[in-house]
Design a protein around this ligand. Structure first.
Ligand SMILES: Nc1ncnc2c1ncn2[C@@H]1O[C@H](COP(=O)(O)OP(=O)(O)O)[C@@H](O)[C@H]1O
Ligand SMILES: [Mg+2]
Length: 291
């Protein structure tokens, strides 16, 4: 198997609250993420999702444990951590934390500029990235502080896309977007991933979107990684998820309920409406054949 693009070993982080108090936000997390993965991180508020994510490009330094990028310890002396920020692009949960220029266009250009790209390449990248998130040209000259929450989020995402990183990390990217923008953004991220074959890591409270695009899911609970595996295997464990206050996609639930009341030929777990439709039609065909 190939080398994980990101690996954490016993990753632990304590926020120091005062000289006597600390809050352990994440504890002993061991995960291996491969180049073509789309990993969703789920967990209740305060479970450690954002703290975990901020370790992936070195924004937070582990209190204990290690983070590896392509097999290299990112905190070893000879590792270039500044360069890592171009390769692992993190979009924060609160976009206003990463917007600070006087126009949106300058904000999107910030990363490419720091990468030392030429003017023409920067201009191209800003255009492509703005297009990608669906920001129209007019808005590019406005201040990021004068636009809506959804547009701020799009600007923050565009700033990361413009760096064309190997790993895109998005902390609750669809929060604050209307359903249509949300679906479009997910569709675009998925298509970009297919084309670019990059790694995507995102956090979400929406199980439908997790089921739609993630191939793996990491479940955090009070800072512990209680499950990490293929999406279908994670959502098969509905009871374990509900125990910790999470849910499974509605459509997964419907098929599980039908199965539990006697339609045994249905699959154990489906993730999308499409798959559910197919399995229900198969069931109809079977029932008709029997009559
Ligand atoms: N800057 C901070 N200082 C102190 N504690 C923090 C800070 N940020 C987060 N925490 C704490 O760390 C834990 C994990 O928080 P966070 O990573 O933000 O979780 P999530 O993103 O899943 O909501 C929580 O107990 C939270 O209160
Ligand atoms: Mg968070």
């Amino acid at each position: 198997m190939s080398v994980p693009i990101i690996e954490t070993k016993n990753l632990t982080y304590n926020y120091l609250l005062s000289s006597n108090f600390k809050n352990t936000a994440i504890k002993n997390i061991n995960v291996k993420i491969y180049p073509e993965d789309i990993v969703a991180i789920i967990g209740c508020t305060g479970s450690g999702k954002s703290s975990f994510i901020q370790h992936l490009n070195g924004l937070l330094k582990p209190s204990y444990g290690k983070v590896f990028f392509n097999g290299e310890d990112i905190w070893s002396n000879n590792f270039n951590i500044k360069n890592l920020r171009f390769k692992v692009g993190v979009v924060f949960q609160y976009p206003e934390h990463q917007l600070f220029e006087d126009t949106i266009s300058k904000d999107i250009a910030f990363g490419p500029k720091n990468m030392g790209l030429c003017k023409e390449e920067i201009r191209k990248r800003v255009e492509v990235a703005a297009n990608f998130v669906g920001l129209n040209k007019k808005i590019l000259n406005e201040s990021p502080f004068d636009v809506s929450g959804g547009e701020k989020r799009k600007a923050a995402i565009a700033g990361i896309i413009a760096m064309d990183p190997d790993v895109i990390v998005l902390d609750e990217p669809t929060t604050g977007l209307d359903p249509l923008s949300r679906d479009m953004l997910l569709f675009d991220i998925f298509n970009y991933h297919k084309k670019r074959r990059n790694t995507v890591i995102f956090t979400s409270h929406n199980m439908e979107e997790v089921a739609q695009i993630a191939n793996k899911v990491l479940v955090l609970h009070h800072g512990n990684a209680i499950m990490f595996g293929k999406t279908i295997d994670i959502f098969s464990k509905a009871n374990k998820l509900t125990e910790i206050g999470l849910s499974i996609p509605e459509i997964t639930n419907v098929i599980m309920e039908l199965k539990s009341i006697g339609y045994k030929s249905l699959p154990d777990c489906v993730l999308t409406v499409n798959e559910a439709t197919k399995s229900i039609l198969n069931l109809f065909n079977l029932l008709n054949l029997k009559q």
